[in-house]
Ligand binder design. Sequence first.
Ligand code: A3P
Length: 287
Amino acid sequence: MFFFLPELPKSQVHNNYLQRQFPTVIILGVKKAGTRALLEALQMHPKVVGAPNEVYFFNGFHTRGLEWYRQKMPLSSPDQITIEKSPTYFTSVENTQVVHRMFVFSRSTRKPLKLLVVVRDPAKRCLSEYTDLLARSRKNEIPAVHETFESFVLNKNGSVNADSPLVKTGLYIKHLTEWLEYFPPDELHFVSGEGLVKNPYKEIKAVETFLGLETFFTKMNFKFVRQKAFPCFVPDVSDAGKSFCLPPNKGRQHVQVQTRTLRLLREFYQPFNKQFYAKVRRNFNWP
Ligand code: A3P
């Protein structure tokens, strides 16, 4: 038996000392790499609460002011930390300003800010975003998408279109360079999107350490549910029946595209991926 995301943040079960606190952890991205899975997994920890919605304060709503931002945060007790995720922060086109704004914010809060970024094979990430665009277009959430995957990511001459927003998102090293202009490397932690699916315990345990959280996570917090074909979450290991999975729009079957296009994308990304591995000192082994 499993159900989807719990409706009430667990902080609401406490009655005392609840307030909205600024985030001390921000998930910067990357879109379609596993950001929702990361936030939901972390929220199983009793000392973590997450903003219910993506806020896009630093790259969208910053003119509304910090109090507006704080009001978007969930209620929490003083011993809990608040996390928000806005998956386009990391790759935002006006990155320099976004990074600067977040840096100023981070130096004005009492607790140091820690930044998390989930990264995934950039070619697969492109395909995931395209699949998502088609699904949202079918539901009329966005204007109809008629273009093929190829026309989104390739130029007319068949080469990879490095100016395509879908393609640019996966140039992780370029975005990271902007962030490192302001933030020291030890304030950023990279999570493997593939790892979140194959071995979520290992990835989340590394985040637990990076955030300096009390030891909580065990392998029992994650269980593979066959109908979902992805890991689901068990917040209370003494009651494994009460697990929850991410909704159906996470972990979709990708649309079929030409194998040649994926190969071209992978060749295109390879040198950037290598530079990225070297910079973050982790080999993600993307094909
Ligand atoms: P796909 O739908 O392409 O498989 P985001 O939350 O950033 O939009 O990322 C969505 C991706 O999270 C999914 O992409 C899926 O691969 C990945 N993911 C990682 N862990 C997951 C989990 N436990 N359940 C569902 N999807 C998960």
